[in-house]
Design a protein. Structure first.
Length: 209
């Protein structure tokens, strides 16, 4: 009579070595494929090249960008977005992508500044706690402006408001040039954080008339 292992006596078939290797290979292939699909179509890594978004983002910070925005999910005021250079924003040595905060959506009227130094969107003054400005300055922008954002475009500004060349200088950005919404800082590890859009401020902005 042949000897039986504990597994066979319990009514379970003995798992052969080749099946284990096969299953392991399938798991590895599926994991690699899923990682490729996520990186290729859903999430992209981006390194911060300048100080225009300080203190929210510092030079050298790495962020993950949700590429489903704006193709699947809509853009929202307050979103931090990566977009391709619409033309002449950057020199050839600086790359092709920029990162700023969405201030105005298509149809919005964006103006600055009111008596308290705030910008307004569709007549609603927005408190922007993330804005960096000189200590002796109350205004969130040195320049006055009053623009209506054209269809298919957005108005963007850097959080480091006095050190950012943004829509105040270059004009609006085509929504088609938006790569995605930055949602988390991943590196350095001491800087790990989720990027908020300050929805309590931006959700109070009325839609354009």
């Amino acid at each position: 009579m042949s000897e039986q292992t504990d597994e066979s006596r319990a009514g379970r078939p003995v798992r052969s070595g080749w099946r284990f290797v096969r299953d392991l290979a399938v798991i590895v292939v599926v994991a690699l494929l899923a990682s490729f699909l996520v990186k290729a179509y859903l999430v992209r890594a981006f390194s911060i090249p300048s100080g225009s978004m300080e203190r929210t983002l510092l030079i050298g910070d790495n962020v993950l960008v949700n590429e489903l925005v704006p193709g699947v999910a809509p853009l929202r005021r307050g979103d931090v977005v990566v977009f391709r250079d619409p033309g002449d924003w950057l020199t050839s040595e600086q790359g092709d992508d920029l990162i700023k905060r969405v201030i105005g959506l298509p149809g919005d009227r964006v103006s600055c500044c009111d008596a308290e130094g705030r910008l307004s969107v569709n007549g609603h003054a927005v408190d922007e706690p993330y804005v960096v400005r000189p200590s002796d300055v109350d205004r969130v922008s040195a320049e006055d402006f009053d623009v209506t954002v054209p269809a298919g475009r957005i108005w963007v500004m850097g959080d480091n408001r006095y050190e950012s060349a943004d829509s105040r200088i270059h004009g609006t950005v085509p929504t088609a040039d938006v790569v995605g919404r930055a949602f988390v800082v991943t590196w350095p590890i001491t800087r790990w954080s989720v990027l908020g859009r300050y929805g309590e401020e931006w959700d109070a902005v009325p839609d354009p008339r």
